[in-house]
Structure formats: C-alpha cells, structure tokens
Write a protein that binds this ligand. Sequence first.
Ligand code: PLP
Length: 459
Amino acid sequence: MPFHLPEPWRVKVVEPIRLPTPETREQRLAAAGFNLFDVPAEAIFIDLLTDSGTAAMSDNQWAGLMLGDESYAGARSYYRFEEAVHEVFGFPHLIPVHQGRVAENLLFSTLVDAGSIVPNNNHFDTTRANIEIHGARALDLVIDEGRDPDSDHPFKGNIDLDKARRLFETTPRERIPLAMLTLTNNSGGGQPVSLANVRAYAELCHEFGIPFYIDACRFAENAYFIQQREEGQAARSVAEIAREVFDLADGCTMSAKKDGLANMGGFVASRNRELIETLTQRLILIEGFPTYGGLAGRDLEAVARGLREVLDPEYLRFRVGQLEAFGRRIHELGVPIIRPVGGHAVYVDARRFLPHIPPAEFPAQALVVALYREGAVRGVEIGSVMFGRTDPETGEKSYADLELVRLAVPRRVYTNTHLAYVVEVLEQIRDRRDRLKGLRMVHEAPVLRHFTARFEELA
Ligand SMILES: *Cc1c(COP(=O)(O)O)cnc(C)c1O
C-alpha cells in the first residue's frame, strides 16, 4: 500500500543532502569506530537519529524571527509566548527555559530530595537523571501491555493505576513531592496515554494530595491519538482535548524541541504561584531573566507560533499517518517492529531480525551500521550499547531487555519519498541479513557510554 497522504505543505526553501559514495561511507564508519554519533551530519543522507530540535519551521515561524524583540526585560516576544502557553495549556504561571531538561532541573531541585519517590509511566532519561541526582527514586509504573512488544493495546503509554494507588497508600505523603505522566511515553516507544487514564491518575493524585505534573513534550501527538482512538472523542478538536488534559494537571514541563516545532526552547508551567516564584530565583542563576529564560526573543517567537501550528488537524493527520505508513511498510517487509507504531518513531526489533547475532555482539548496533553502509541512513541503537554496562570492579557485563533500532522521524523535514527510500534500504538489508556481522566494543566510557563507545566488526 502506498503512503496514503501527501504532505500538507509545499517546499519554499531547500537544504541539499547528498548520498556519499560507498567508499566514503566505509571510511566514515571506520573513522567513527562504527559509532554513528561520531559521523558528521554532512555524511548522512537521511538522518533519523532523533525528532528533537530537528523540525522544519514554517514560513510563519521564520517570519516571526524577524519580529523577535531582543529587549532584556519585558520583550514583546515574551508576552506573545506567554499568551500562546496560556491559550494552549491554560496554566497561569510559567517560565521559559532553553530546553526541557532545564525545566526538570528547576522543578526537581526545588521539590525533590534524598528519599523522595517520583512515579511516572516511564521516565525519560533526562527526567530520571534529574531526579536520581538528588538521591531520589524515579519509579516507572507503565501498564504491563506497555512493556510487551506484541501487545496492540491502543494506549500502551497508560500508567498502572493499581500500582500507583498501592504506592500512594504505602508511602508517607511527604516522600512523594509530585507525580508525573509523560505524553506520549517516549521511553516506552512514543505510545499514547488515554484521556480516561490521565483523568483517573489526576483524581488519584489529588485524593492523596500529591501535585500532578505532565511531561508535555509530545502533547499534540498524544491528543491526536485520543481523538482517533478513544471512545467519545472523535468529534472534539485536538486543541480542546489537549486543553482538557492540562486542565486535569497542576503543571507541566515542556521541551519545545518536540511538539513546539522549534529547534530550541521549553518551559515549566504551574498553577502554583509560589512554586514558580521559587523556580524563578534559580532560573535567574542558571538561565537568565524570567522574560527570556535562556532564549533569544526570536526563539520565543518561533515557539509561540509552533505551539499553535502543531495543533493543526491537517498537520497531525499527516504526521501520525506518515509514521503509521512507514511502520506498516517495514512490517510488510517481514522486518519485526514494535507495534502499534507510536507518535514519533518506528522501533525495529533487532534481536528478532538478526537472531544469529547474540546480545554480547550488539545486534541493534550491527543494524545501525548496516543502515549507514547500505544507504547512509542514521538510526540510533536503543539496546545493550545504551543500557548495558561493564561493572568497573568485577568486569561483569550486563545487557538490555530489548535490542531496538529507533528510526525517529523529524517533523515536517522528510517527505514520504525519503521514507520510501529508507524502506528500500531495509529491504536490501533484509535480503542479506544472514551475512551481517556483530561488533566488539573496544572503548567504553563509565557513564552514557553509547555517545562515545567505539567498536570493531567481528569477522
Ligand atoms: C526530550 C525530552 C525531554 C528533555 O528535553 P530536552 O529539550 O532534550 O532537554 C524530557 N522528556 C521527554 C519525554 C523528552 O522526550
């Protein structure tokens, strides 16, 4: 079946991309120690490394850049940003930050301390790090279906309400300073959370007097899934659904590098004025004055416009439909993927695709290498390179539960033709998959080893 919807935009500016020769690709792989993080973007043809900060801005956003007010305090652009956040999210108090993790840093360094527990469906890695650095616990309570790659539950991002209730009943109130929910659930494959689940979780949090915060990075994609999949929601607008979701919460953290359709930006918003005043003190120390928060006036302008554009039903229909069709075509090749496809990426199950390569030889990294070698396509390993480790004392090695390759699709950047090319590359790899080789890790850093690891190919 073809990709069913054409792009709801036409091209006004082009950025050339080039397919490097097979010889150049071999040289790049060898020079990078078979780690695609170390290959310059210039040598990539189709870059599916991440959907974060990689969106194409609209003509309206580019026009907004020229209207950016760079005044230190009280810039016009700040007020337009504030108005957009009020309109879309409804929270009365907010501060801009330069990206999502700063919102997390401000919130958790103020609310969390050693012994705290913060539940979530799945914490994103920066969220987890910003909690654990205070000696607190970041607890993942996604429903069991969310951990099962074969389950076709429509809302695999839902939080397990029974587990959350048990946690709240058995933990002293002061040890849970806030509860989080991530929409869509990035670490769980970009899977959505239903409105009913948000509502029930919000009620539960409030029954126990626990503030409820949303990690809102992909709020528009999540609201679109609710409109499409949840009973009684089809006739409502995505903007209305998104607003109801936030009306149930006490605040949110946001990276505008995702559903802000911007290349940089974010914010933290809340109903709690005192909390935002406290965060503002810290913001001034680490980001800047509260009407720019580490961003240029023109960035604020781009985010303000992006937050409204992302709720355009035509845009969302294309966005989610493009991902769905991309995943379906890969599945039809007989390449195993996690289903259903989430909002921002297709995840290939490399363990099942390359059963002859054991986890100790990094099957997902082998597929990442093959995608580059075959077609200069860049994906990212989400498996034992990222989550495994070597114990520095015993030398004992551990491996991840799943060996995945994530193909994240930047917003409004690649056409259906680009993705059809990626499908063809995968088809070629499929036809000679028995010959793909595993890898040996020859260099590893003590933390976040996937960024700098180096490999050799096994014979
Ligand atoms: C990207 C992301 C963040 C962090 O945002 P940055 O802008 O990269 O700092 C937090 N939570 C989720 C779910 C994300 O996807």
